[in-house]
Write a new protein. Structure first.
Ligand code: SF4
Length: 344
């Protein structure tokens, strides 16, 4: 925790110590002019390595999430629901009330040193983005990466944040001693769509520059093409433009994922749709009539189109590294829980 970062104009107050339950102790809540409209809830977590429930369906079993809530503010983010577990609002509250586990690096170092820890793969960025803007202030990831590197513990990072480039040297160093997977999420390249549906994220082109920069440093980077938004980013020409840009950035793989609309995200996304694309509301109601997932035929169609395009542009499926995406969308059976992947 960088207490010295506090300025006179920061406003600190003691928050309700019970706000975040038994998993963490709230240290303080602050608003700062550097992040207008954002409130940080600094907590000291009691545990930082989280076991993924139902991990058999996921490509990872352990996660580290130094933040909760995300200023990237993607309208469709299905980690929104998890803010409700903290008694925080899942709409604007998710975008602006950010829980920061200020002791994440020291806690991780301690937990990795435990005789019970078996050195398993640790996935980061699977719930909310660990390179969201708050990371510029709190700088938790360097300590986390260093702790993993010191133990040669394999890990992966999934992000929409360009801030990851700040830690390029650390990631390169880690990759010399252990297996490091990096994936960037770019669902589409339409900038008008990006501005309204992912308002707090770096532009798709800037995210692709991250892919390029990682590749130039010898860090293979795949792209999670998520979400593909029905009727908004799924035209053949749009898919082609996106896959072409991903290939041109040097991505090693592309994994498409169609929009999920789970409770929490569904209400927020539908309100956005009604404001920006009212003519699509009925079509979405029909497409998502059976629940959170688009029909299998639709998911299969998108997957096939993207894989065909990927082959055409010389990319393979995500197989060269531990994948960061959930199982293929057309696979029947139970789905990953929303706390495990938020469409980053
Ligand atoms: S989808 Fe990812 S980047 Fe977007 S708000 Fe959710 S956690 Fe943040």
């Amino acid at each position: 925790m960088r207490w010295e970062n506090l300025t006179d104009s920061d406003h600190a107050r003691t928050a309700d110590a019970t706000l975040f339950g038994a998993d963490a102790v709230t240290v303080r809540t602050i608003d700062t002019p550097e992040f207008q409209g954002i409130t940080f809830h600094e907590v000291r977590a009691r545990s930082i390595l989280n076991r993924v429930p139902g991990a058999s369906r996921m490509p990872f079993e352990w996660t580290v999430n130094p933040y909760r809530g995300c200023t990237h503010a993607c309208v469709y983010c299905f980690a929104r629901k998890t803010h409700g577990y903290l008694d925080l609002d899942t709409g604007l509250g998710f975008d602006t009330q950010i829980v920061v586990k200020v002791n994440a690096p020291e806690l991780l170092r301690r937990q990795l040193a435990s005789s019970r820890w078996r050195g398993e793969h640790v996935a980061m960025g699977t719930n909310v983005d660990c390179y969201q803007r708050a990371e510029g202030r709190y700088r938790l990831m360097p300590g986390i990466i260093t702790a993993l590197t010191e133990r040669a513990n394999p890990f992966s990072v999934l992000t929409k944040g360009t801030l990851i480039l700040r830690d390029l040297d650390l990631l390169t160093r880690a990759a010399r001693v252990t297996d490091v997977g990096v994936s960037v999420s770019v669902g589409f390249t339409d900038t008008e769509l990006w501005r309204t549906v992912e308002p707090g994220t770096p532009a798709p082109e800037r995210r692709l520059e991250v892919v390029r920069a990682l590749g130039e440093r010898g860090l293979a980077c795949g792209v999670l093409m998520a979400p593909v938004l029905p009727y908004l980013s799924d035209e053949p020409a749009q898919l082609r433009a996106t896959v072409r840009a991903i290939a041109a950035a040097g991505a090693t793989s592309v994994t498409p994922l169609v929009l999920h609309l789970r409770p929490g995200a569904r209400e927020w996304f539908t309100a956005w749709l009604a404001r920006h694309h009212p003519h699509l509301v009925r079509r979405y109601e029909r497409l998502y009539a059976d629940g959170a997932y688009a029909p299998t035929w639709y998911q299969r169609r998108i997957t096939r189109q993207v894989h065909d395009l990927a082959r055409e542009y010389g990319m393979g499926p995500a197989a060269d590294r531990r994948p960061l995406s959930p199982p293929p969308p057309a696979t029947p059976g139970p789905r990953p829980h929303p706390t495990q992947l938020s469409f980053l």
